[in-house]
Ligand binder design. Structure first.
Ligand SMILES: [Zn+2]
Ligand SMILES: [Zn+2]
Length: 248
């Protein structure tokens, strides 16, 4: 991307975001050349890099061989054919996640999604090419959607669709059919049984497609695996995942 289109893109994002005109991480007032994030916070974001898990896309740590510890301990993780995780959960990333989930910054999720899509394009994200690719956001339960006013994962998915050119599945084609308690206090096994059977995907939409599931934060991976199961049951060929970050 040349300097001019990068600046023009940054300006467009800045105009789309800036509901309060401050950096979402450090809260410093933004200047228009800052993009949607100030230059200092941008330089401190830590991107996922190096060898990654062939299922979820998490960075592999010492001793892990092609599959991360989290996936190797999770029943059904082999349903994921690959994954992309954008940022490491440290420094400013936590502030971005809190902000996109706060209910006050729907556009911020979309802007992050665009950046994720650009990086997927640049990195040649696995075999995700062609018209059969379909993007689907992990849905919220309708009650939680009303509370927040928007689904932050759907906003990420919208941004990814814009910059990758992949089709975005209609919101009502992938639904959460069971209200699940918050997962934060549950262990790995409890999370999997808590989330199993929570999703329903429309066969007419997903049959024969290669699907990219989008979520904000990957913790144990239980949500992604349950979502992948529902989409494969609806006839999808393969399922991949993309998350803003992992291990909150
Ligand atoms: Zn900042
Ligand atoms: Zn993994």
């Amino acid at each position: 991307m040349n300097r001019f289109s990068r600046m023009a893109g940054g300006l467009a994002d800045w105009l789309l975001y800036t509901p309060d005109g401050v950096c979402p991480i450090c809260r410093r007032v933004l200047f228009f050349t800052d993009d949607w994030l100030c230059a200092s916070c941008r330089s401190q974001l830590s991107h996922n890099s190096g060898e990654t898990c062939v299922r979820c896309g998490a960075s592999l740590r010492n001793g892990e061989d092609s599959v991360c510890v989290s996936c190797s301990g999770l029943d059904g993780s082999e349903m994921l054919s690959g994954g992309f995780i954008w940022l490491r959960y440290k420094s400013g990333c936590g502030a971005i996640v809190r902000r996109i989930k706060s209910g006050s910054a729907p556009q911020l999720g979309q802007i992050c999604g665009r950046e994720m899509g650009r990086e997927m394009n640049a990195g040649g994200f696995i075999e995700l090419t062609g018209p059969d690719v379909l993007i689907a956001a992990v849905p919220l339960h309708p009650d939680r959607l009303v509370e927040r006013g928007y689904n932050q994962s759907r906003m990420l998915a919208q941004g990814i669709a814009e910059t990758t050119g992949f089709e975005l599945a209609p919101e009502d084609s992938f639904r959460r059919i069971r209200k699940t308690p918050h997962q934060a206090w549950l262990g790995r096994k409890e999370r999997m049984s808590n989330i199993r059977g929570a999703f329903s995907a429309a066969p007419g939409v997903f049959s024969g497609r290669t699907v990219l599931i989008v979520d904000d934060v990957k913790t144990t991976g239980a949500t992604l695996v349950s979502a992948a199961g529902a989409i494969l049951s609806a006839g999808a060929n393969k399922v991949y995942c993309a998350c803003l970050t992992d291990a909150a």
